[in-house]
Design a protein around this ligand. Structure first.
Ligand code: ATP
Ligand code: MG
Length: 433
């Protein structure tokens, strides 16, 4: 019988990789805490309707990328393709604006999109997302952009660039849209098939098409930031002033329109080198109309999401191997040795020491080999002699072979305390941080 395989575009992650995930998640959580953001957890499944209403019917995500299925009562559910919609659904459902003047949330978790799998593009991937809900001021955009840039720095991502654009508002965007449509109409025959379709319902999406002929047309099209109303224009000027004051470098990217319909005004993206076509590691923007369009009051917001899989792909070559596991490996002989070993391991773990043993037992030699491979600092040996003498033989795996410290005996009653002292004083380095 053929073994069952993992689903295409999805991956298994083993301990030699999860250690990097843990580090990344910890660094992000620490940084976000400094900015006053707290973690929100929402379900992975939502009503399909939520995503249709927020992300927009004419987007790639809704048209072809969602994992949707019918629940037992026939209602359509979807695995979340992104995080913002659920956060806002929850914000409205719980009337959060009545409890706090500003809401600062972040989330960390798996998203699902049925796209063509490539390097850095998976069907299940992880994002960290950050949302600031309740402020229309440019200061909020600046805070979010700052958080995004600092997050990338904190995790050690170098060689990144920040792209900035404004998509205007309900007042100026339709005017620009028409202007753009007229320009595209004249070039219709040179657009790719997708863009011929996009042009009708979502002409802005033509601007970020990757097809060469469309890119050429987009490059000559009218620029949205030259067509903003005065409020949007002023807003954008203030955002730029703020991030310039923080010393954050950026490029204005007229072609960055983002793939989700809910964005208004400022949009931004962080690109990283070395990831080929999948070079966007974080992206976001302002979404002043989303809360209202999902049935809440008129409350402005701004947010971004960063793709952790891509970030790790980029980081992995530069990540240093963490120091060897520092701890104790317990080697035993005979039934009594095994039972005494169990007690010893329990006591050591209780005070936070990493303890391993070879549960397959086997000969002393085989166990010692395992101990050596484990990278443990000390071996604690419990055989017949030790049981009789109420002692434990300790081997220091990192002491020189001729040193008196290489092997010594400790009284059973002192062993826990003595190992703790030695591990704290002589540990060769910090673990994986
Ligand atoms: P792209 O242009 O690469 O398709 P996107 O605009 O669809 O990205 P967003 O929806 O803004 O991406 O999501 C934010 C981030 O999540 C992206 O910048 C990227 O790092 C990551 N991301 C998006 N889709 C995937 C995926 N299928 N696999 C891995 N990471 C992804
Ligand atoms: Mg995409």
């Amino acid at each position: 019988m053929d073994p069952v395989k993992v689903i295409r575009g999805m991956r298994d992650i083993y301990p030699d990789q999860t250690k990097w995930w843990h580090r990344l998640e910890r660094q992000l959580a620490e940084l976000l805490k400094c900015y006053g953001y707290g973690e929100i957890r929402t379900p992975i499944l939502e009503h399909t309707e939520l995503f249709k209403r927020s992300i927009g019917e004419e987007t790639d995500i809704i048209e072809k990328e969602m994992y949707s299925f019918d629940d037992r009562d026939g209602s359509s559910l979807s695995l979340r393709p992104e995080g913002t919609a659920a956060v806002i659904r929850s914000y409205i459902e719980n009337s959060q604006w009545q409890k706090e003047p500003l809401s600062r949330y972040y989330y960390l978790g798996q998203m699902f999109r049925h796209e063509r799998p490539q390097k850095g593009r998976y069907r299940q991937f992880s994002q960290v997302g950050v949302e600031l809900i309740g402020a229309a001021q440019p200061a909020a955009d600046v805070e979010l952009i700052d958080v995004m840039v600092q997050s990338m720095q904190a995790i050690g991502l170098s060689k990144t660039s920040l792209e900035l654009n404004s998509l205007g508002c309900a007042e100026c965007r339709p005017v620009y849209r028409q202007k753009l449509k007229d320009t595209l109409e004249a070039q219709r025959q040179n657009l790719c098939d997708d863009c011929k379709r996009r042009m009708v319902k979502n002409p802005l999406r033509v601007l970020d098409c990757k097809v060469e002929s469309c890119r050429a047309i987009a490059g000559k099209a009218p620029k949205i930031i030259e067509n903003l109303c005065s409020d949007c224009s002023q807003h954008f000027t203030h955002v730029r002033k703020g991030i310039e004051t923080l010393g954050i470098a950026y490029n204005i990217n007229h072609r960055m329109v983002r793939g989700l319909d809910y964005y208004t005004r400022t949009t931004f993206e962080v690109l990283a080198e070395g990831l080929g076509a999948q070079n966007a590691v974080a992206a976001g923007g302002r979404y002043d109309d989303l809360v209202k369009s999902l049935g809440g009051p008129e409350i402005p917001a701004v947010g971004f999401a960063a793709g952790l899989d891509r970030i790790l792909l980029n980081l992995i070559s530069s990540l240093a191997e963490p120091a060897q596991a520092d701890g104790v490996f317990v080697v035993t002989r005979g039934e009594e040795g095994w039972l005494a070993g169990l007690k010893l391991m329990q006591e050591l773990r209780k005070i936070g020491i990493v303890v391993q043993s070879d549960v397959r037992s086997g000969s002393l030699k085989a166990q010692m080999k395992r101990a050596d491979k484990s990278g443990s600092r000390f071996v604690a040996l419990l055989g017949e002699d030790e049981i009789r003498q109420e002692s434990v033989t300790i081997k220091d795996m990192r002491a020189a072979a001729d040193s008196t410290e290489k092997q010594f005996s400790l009284a059973k009653k002192d062993v826990v305390q003595e190992l703790l002292v030695r591990l704290n004083h002589q540990s060769t380095g910090e673990l994986s941080h």
